[in-house]
Design a protein around this ligand. Sequence first.
Ligand code: ZN
Ligand code: ZN
Length: 389
Amino acid sequence: MRALCWHDVNDLRVDDVPEPELVNPRDVVLRVTLTTACGSDLHFIDGYLPTMREGDVIGHEFMGEVAEVGRKVESVEEGDRVVVPSFIGCGSCGYCQGDLWSLCDNTNPNAALQEPVLGDTTAGIYGYTHAFGGYAGSHAEYVRVPHADENCFHVPEELDDEQALFASDAWATGYMGADFCDIEEGDTVAVWGCGGVGLMAQQSAALMGAERVIGIDRFPERLRLAEREAGSETIDYTAVDSVVDTLKAMTGGRGPDACIDAVGMEAHGTGPAHAYDRAKQQLKLHTDRGEALRQAIVACRKGGTLSILGVYGLMDKFPLGIVMNKGLTVRTAQQHGQRYVPDLLEYAAEGEMDPSYLATHELELEESPRGYDLFKHKEDGCVRPVFVP
Ligand SMILES: [Zn+2]
Ligand SMILES: [Zn+2]
């Protein structure tokens, strides 16, 4: 079958690879009908995440049609149309039972690669380094889905693939970020980043009753999407002297009640702190540029919530003293998709939220390296390229 493979830093190619097979009786093999690139893929494409190997099939956000079913699978049948969260849950460990699916204890066979860095292991994830399990990814004609009963969610018939796809990751992640904020009526929520996850966080915050949502980015077309789709007010951070001052001015001097970081370690900024971060990151002295997160910490109102969705490694200059003195609540996680996907599919089916506009570019799988180029450089208004295997 054809699949998009990682060969080296910034070297992706569509290759012929063997088709996946059922390994465990609880597996299914899915014929992928739609899959998308995620911002976190850029971290290993750019070489910031180790343990990729030449020939690894990448991609973790996807949906498809069940093609083969293991003999112990109960909830799906051949031909079913399903969407699958990017982190793999086992359904039976204490973390899965506690709805903390991305912390699953059983689905990362390479836990030993993570433990020295994280002190423990996350769940496994498709197509995302050997430290995260070494599972083959979804930018392929077929993908193996372990623990199918826990990880396959039936897509309501009335939804297009584009409406269901983002429940796999971008929407679930953004929704979780808003959920972390325990939004109450009258709240103002600021979101750094108007990419896929940032837009989903903004729309979800509005859906949960936030009175004002403020989106922060530098690309005019993304800011327009935030205004149009989420009803957000927006800040173009290249057009203001200080994002923090702007947010304070917009909120009567207090700052937003909750701040969501949907940017992570590839954050861009404008000030000297950013230039310093970038130089250090390029020298590999530390892995993160933390401009967005630092702004969020400084801007957030006293006693507010900081919800971190961006992916980080080690970060220096993290102003913990501000977090402590202002009494901020910090909440963060990789996405617990299985907890949210059923609700998201229901919202979509009821017409309350439609994330399909994120799919700005639809390409054949053969064209996926070009899709990643568009995505990485945010050319041609690209929010998310989607690939049809
Ligand atoms: Zn992702
Ligand atoms: Zn588990």
